[in-house]
Unconditional design. Structure first.
Length: 169
């Protein structure tokens, strides 16, 4: 097992050195940083049970998947950063939700929500705003499940949801 951990560490270090625009790695702290969001995550080496190198179907680039004892997985992918499964516990099953997401997806959707809310202040927000909020909730729940601190992002999303509710009346 120690050999697998050392190999995984070496692969993470090498991959992040070649993809600094997506993910940074601090070997001393055992953390990875999602560049797009500025959020850090402990790698939890002692809980790692396996890792895989895969080929991204769209970019044909290599990405890494780290698998943990408790069933959680994260992927280091470029473009994207640190990817993970969304969690639908608070949203219900969503047909429009990808199986793998990243915090950059949250940022993109949040920008679209804010555009509807603040660039079109005299209009009622379209129904798709609520769909985007639900996807954002599933992304943040997934991010929290793998160890990200998303409290600030949740607060910003809550403000947007309150504005949608206020304007929908």
């Amino acid at each position: 097992m120690a050999l697998v951990l050392e190999e995984a560490r070496a692969k993470v270090k090498k991959w992040t050195e070649g993809h600094r625009q997506a993910v940074l790695y601090d070997d001393e702290q055992g953390t990875v940083l999602d560049v797009a969001s500025g959020k850090g995550l402990a790698v939890r080496w002692r809980d790692l049970i396996a890792f895989e190198e895969k080929i991204h179907p769209e970019t044909q680039g290599i990405y890494l998947v780290l698998m943990y004892e408790d069933g959680r997985q994260i992927a280091l992918v470029d473009p994207g950063g640190i990817a993970f499964a969304p969690v639908e516990a608070n949203t219900g099953v969503r047909q429009d939700l990808p199986r793998v997401v990243c915090l950059r997806d949250f940022q993109t959707l949040k920008q679209q929500i804010d555009h509807y809310l603040y660039a079109h202040q005299d209009e009622r927000p379209p129904a798709e705003c609520l769909d985007m909020v639900m996807i954002c909730i599933a992304i943040l729940d997934g991010a929290r499940a793998v160890g990200f601190d998303v409290g600030e992002m949740e607060g910003e999303l809550d403000k947007s949801l309150r504005e949608i509710e206020r304007r929908a009346k």
